[in-house]
Design a protein around this ligand. Structure first.
Ligand code: PGA
Length: 277
């Protein structure tokens, strides 16, 4: 795990407008000054621990400005972006618009996009492919529903979603895995439900993902790719998840909304990374 480092990404979903964003960042700054010190700061400096907040569009710019004044590197990502660079796509945001504003990270294919907004494997691939080609870093989400898990289809679903995400050719797929694509395994039944996957369930799914990547592009690139777990991660359960060999961090919704709990998640990330050195 150590060589890949740990990423703690906080997905705010449709929460925290600009005023709440200011409050979050100022509290996080104040609290982090006293607890994120020494080894934890070194981990940030070496890139072994990374933090990323994913606010709603209207709070993005404020978050980006404030992130620059934080005592540790805090990246800011958008929750979605279109595959076309411009055009008649009301309600969408493009890569060039995000790049102009200074963003370099985008979350793609969250299950709430798939569930409520008609996102498909195909549109997830189009977005991912286009944004990676525009030099963005992408966190692409996959995960099975409860019914799919209960009918023993988890592996099949993850394979389908992963196949959909990658270009067919090995050469095309290899360009994806240069460290800019992060996969987030988020079982749909665990998102916002308080039902976290057990560490064994998370590890099993992450091994499926890593094996797929190995078959697709080879062990070298697959070993370097970060795979995050998401679904009801909290400061109370993150330690056991980060003990798993193939869990390289977390994509966190609810528990990323409060500075104290997001900070606790970062500290857990630092602890896990230090323990695995
Ligand atoms: P949750 O959300 O942590 O609130 O379950 C995770 C996510 O949807 O990314």
């Amino acid at each position: 795990m150590s060589s890949r480092g740990i990423l703690i990404a906080g997905n705010w979903k449709m929460n925290h407008g600009p005023a709440a964003t200011v409050k979050f960042f100022s509290e996080l700054k104040e609290r982090s000054l006293s607890v994120l010190t020494g080894d934890a700061l070194d981990l940030f400096r070496s890139g072994k621990l990374r933090a990323c907040i994913i606010p709603p569009y209207m709070s993005l710019f404020r978050a980006l400005e404030l992130s620059k004044g934080m005592p540790f590197p805090l990246e800011v990502a958008a929750q979605n972006a279109h595959w076309e660079k411009s055009g008649a796509y009301t309600g969408e945001i493009s890569g060039p618009i995000l790049a102009e504003m200074g963003f370099s990270w985008v979350l793609i294919g969250h299950s709430e996009r798939r569930q409520y907004f008609g996102e498909t494997d195909d549109t997830v691939r189009k977005r991912t492919e286009s944004l990676l080609a525009q030099n963005f870093k992408v966190i692409a989400c996959i995960g099975e529903t409860r019914a799919e898990r209960e009918s023993g289809k988890t592996e099949e679903i993850l394979h389908r979603q992963l196949r959909g995400l990658f270009p067919d050719s090995k050469a095309g797929a290899s360009t994806y895995l240069d460290g800019r694509l992060v996969i987030a395994y988020e079982p749909v039944w665990a998102i916002g439900t308080g039902l976290t996957a057990t560490p064994a369930q998370a590890e099993e799914a992450h091994v499926i993902v890593r094996r797929f990547l190995t078959d697709k592009v080879g062990a070298g690139a697959a070993e370097k790719t970060q795979i995050l777990y998401g679904g009801s991660v909290t400061p109370e359960n993150i330690d056991s998840l980060l003990l798993c060999k193939n869990v390289d961090g977390a994509l966190v919704g609810g528990a990323s909304l409060k500075p104290e709990s997001y900070l606790a998640l970062l500290l857990a990330g630092a602890k896990a990374e230090l323990a695995n050195r």
